[in-house]
Design a protein around this ligand. Sequence first.
Ligand code: NAD
Ligand code: WQD
Length: 343
Amino acid sequence: MKILVTGASGFIGSHTVLVLLEAGHEVVGVDNLTNSSRESLRRVESLTHRRVRFIEADIRDRAAMADVMKASSDRPFDAVMHLAGLKAVSESTQQPLTYYENNLDGTLALLNVMQSADIRRIIFSSSATVYGDPVAVPIPETAPVGQPAHPYGYTKLMIERVLCDLASADPRWSVALLRYFNPVGAHPSGQIGEDPSGTPNNLVPFISQVAVGRRDALTLYGDDYPTSDGTGVRDYIHVMDLARGHLAALDYLAGHDVTGSRIWNLGTGRGYSVREVVAAFEKAAERTIPVRVAPRRPGDIAACYADPTLAQAQLGWRPEYKLDAMMRDAWNWQRQNPAGYSD
Ligand code: NAD
Ligand code: WQD
């Protein structure tokens, strides 16, 4: 199939492009490079020995996106994987307009352009953040949504709503909402991985930068949660498993001629505490990670992990990587690229 990937040069986008190429699909990638580097897809090309057509464009730019569709009119896209978006939780609370504008306007522009080009199959990067503070764990797709703790989470929820409304109004649309849990790790080669700009917001990139000597110590936000060791519990999923989840969703939508919308949790179903993650990383990197305990981070919850049985049953998708392998690959990437893609 021919697939348009937005946010293609980002962390999850680059791994997803790699998996699509390896499965024999043709890929066009779009990204405005606000949070990524052109280098990631060059490395994907050298890992796969395949070409990726990359177009630097902002998805809010309708004229540019219409050109992307037109340039492909010889063979239209079979589907769009829509990963482009801003994702820093704390920044979204400081700059809500920027987040609503980028994520919502960007998606609305993309959907309009898709509709005009008669392309109505879309796989969207949603997030477990739409569940807010879950009423119970593990979280099935049927759990209530509606109380994310920040504007970033609301952009995901609003986009989910737009996509569901679209699919209800016009049955030619075929929509997959993939709710990712906590993506970590990197391609096992260590050639592509997560390269946050500025101070990492997320746990594993922060630990990685401590391990490689870019930061002194991990600030552990809260050890008084009602969990086994008092630290927050999350469902970490290897980015390669997540990328394969996109392929499985694509095959399902196309293979079953799905109309309407579907929702799948992409998580492992297993939660690990911050201390367990630190211990697994220390083992992988064979070094100690200094930890400073601090108060809870505002908006954080005690525990969040998926009930992934729907994705497993319907998509035949099952995560393969365990926590140790996630940390091994996160470290392998950081060790080889201490300053990320700018090395
Ligand atoms: P990322 O920042 O590495 O990738 C997102 C990409 O989108 C970046 O390359 C950025 O330059 C690009 N982008 C942003 N706004 C754009 C615009 N207007 N036009 C074109 N390109 C634009 O982040 P990621 O971790 O790879 O996340 C990919 C998607 O998955 C995002 O939508 C994110 O919200 C979602 N998600 C991520 C996580 C996570 O923890 N990483 C969890 C759940 C959901
Ligand atoms: C994990 C655990 C922290 C950093 C966020 C978004 C979510 C999704 C994934 C996009 C928590 C603790 C963290 C640190 C720490 N993103 N921690 N010190 O908060 O589960 O989810 O990223 O959709 O929407 O909210 O992930 O990696 O930030 O935190 O102690 O420096 O690690 O308190 O318990 P989170 P995280």
